[in-house]
Design a protein around this ligand. Structure first.
Ligand code: C2O
Ligand code: CU
Length: 490
């Protein structure tokens, strides 16, 4: 067996070995409506500003021991001591101010994934701000322009820092979105690897093969807990906004075969809803779904993560894993109810005169030292020149993935519109900021760089791949350009 295969297998093995974990005990939470209960709350950020249009929070990155299941603790890297970090909520148009302090022992930043921030607030060290060094502070301050679920995470050694626990959800609500489902839940899916003493699995475990695969932690976390319980009344319609904050793991969610009605994703509501039997959420992506879990009162079912082939090692020797339990209350099931029809009028960017940008993703054979790197157009990030766009320019990006791994590609600062081979928007239309490009396929999108000049990152959101070279920048407008260096993180 080649060394590479051996190393890969050992990564796969440590992914599959999982300690026995007892189910989280459920406690009653505040019901959003009479038939709703949940023990999946996210710790909310405290808003210290009395102005109703300003959300102002203190956020400190620090080490903390966190209980992810009864008796199971991990020495995580956290925001404000919790896993995930504080759940920040605002309304569309609000101003968000975050007083950030770094109490870790290495530099970090906060990137606001998906949010249309000014470049100064984008959190990329060496490009949009200096690293926030240990003991230092930085204030993020911007307007929440678009309703959707977003998330935040560091952009320094991000495969390590995100994998160790630095991530949280940011929900920007539109009270007039017309969805009208009271029972709402934000679900942060992630994973973490640690040993019986709570020590984190090293960020370089598995060596180059670990990087090529994209390291996954053995513990699947749902709002920071292993196998929590959601208590619901059978037949109650719920709105779940889900974000995948894992550094590499995809979540392909099965609700005991019951359907998901997807009403939106990364950039808010979509043109019209789509119903499916399972829901794929790749790293960095968000989905907004309506579900109606149904079962005998008093019974329960398990929501599972099914196998999804994102490359060698993701299905071989792997099995379906449990995510959380839905426990039906004893109340009689609610009668079946038609879901509200949710639509949105979306005007896509025009593909006429769009500047073509061709991107090819490859994984060349490992070098003589056994090292691997991912390439964009033949070079890893640190040897690549930035792409360019004029302010106001619309571009058609064609991303050809020639490698044997899926790559969920994320562009900072702008939403884009996926299109087909004829450059027509894929229906129903949905604004995206992260788009999975499955292995050996090509994806295309239109993006209008219509505002906010600056140097913006794009990269694979399997953060090990990003660190392994699968990153780039696009310089929008006539602004000073920074050369790519190694340490920008995905
Ligand atoms: Cu969520 Cu540059 O990433
Ligand atoms: Cu990738």
């Amino acid at each position: 067996m080649s060394i590479r295969l051996f190393a890969l297998l050992s990564v796969v093995l440590c992914i599959c070995v999982r300690g026995d974990v007892t189910l989280a005990q459920h406690v009653a939470a505040s019901p959003a409506s009479s038939d709703w209960n949940s023990d999946l709350p996210l710790a909310e950020a405290e808003d210290i500003n009395p102005d109703p249009r300003i959300v102002e929070v203190n956020m400190t990155a620090k080490f903390a021991s966190v209980e992810v299941a009864p008796g199971k603790r991990v020495n995580a890297w956290t925001y404000n001591g919790g896993l995930p970090g504080p759940f920040i909520r605002g309304k569309v148009g609000d101003r968000l101010i975050v007083h950030f302090k770094n109490e870790l022992d290495q530099g970090t930043t906060i990137h606001w994934h998906g949010v249309r921030v000014p470049i100064e607030m984008d959190g990329v060290p060496g490009i949009s701000q200096p690293e926030v060094l240990p003991g230092e502070s930085f204030t993020y301050d911007f307007i929440l322009r678009d309703a959707s679920l977003y998330w935040y995470h560091p952009h320094v050694f991000s495969a390590a820092q995100v994998g160790f626990g630095l991530y949280g959800a940011l929900l920007v609500e539109d009270p007039d979105d017309g969805v009208g489902i009271d029972d709402e839940l934000t679900i942060v899916l992630s994973d973490v690897g640690f040993d019986r003493t709570g020590k984190l699995e090293p960020a370089d475990s598995g060596g180059p093969a670990g990087m090529v695969f994209g390291r996954e932690g053995a513990y699947l976390l749902v709002n920071g807990k292993v196998m929590p319980t959601l208590r619901v009344r059978s037949g109650a319609v719920q709105r779940w906004r889900i974000v995948n904050t894992a550094k590499s793991r995809f979540f392909f969610i099965d609700l005991d075969g019951q359907t998901f009605t997807k009403i939106g994703g990364d950039g808010g509501l979509q043109e019209e809803s789509v119903t499916s039997d399972a829901m794929l959420v790749t790293t960095g992506e968000r989905v907004d779904v309506l579900v109606t879990p149904t079962g005998k009162p008093g019974s329960s079912l398990v929501v599972k993560a099914m196998l999804y082939n994102r490359g060698y090692g993701s299905v071989e020797y792997r099995s379906v894993e449990d995510l959380f339990t839905i426990q039906f209350t004893d109340e009689p099931a609610l009668p079946k109810r038609a879901l509200p029809k949710i639509t949105r009028t979306i005007t896509p960017p025009s593909g006429v005169n769009a500047t073509p940008i061709d991107i090819v993703l490859t994984l060349p054979p490992q070098d003589a030292n056994g090292q691997s790197e991912f390439h964009i157009n033949g070079v890893p990030y640190w040897k690549a020149k930035p792409f360019r766009a004029k302010l106001g320019e619309t571009q058609l990006w064609t991303i050809k993935n020639e490698s044997d791994w899926d790559h969920p590609m994320h562009l900072h600062g702008y939403f884009f519109m996926p299109v087909d081979e004829k450059n027509q928007p894929i229906r129903p239309m949905l604004w995206k900021d992260t788009l999975n490009v499955p292995m050996k396929t090509t994806a295309r999108f239109l993006v209008a760089f219509d505002e906010r000049p600056g140097q913006w990152m794009f990269h694979c959101h399997i953060l090990d791949h990003a660190e392994g070279g699968l990153m780039g920048t696009v310089v929008v407008g006539d602004v000073p350009t920074v050369e790519h260096i190694h340490k920008t993180g995905g």
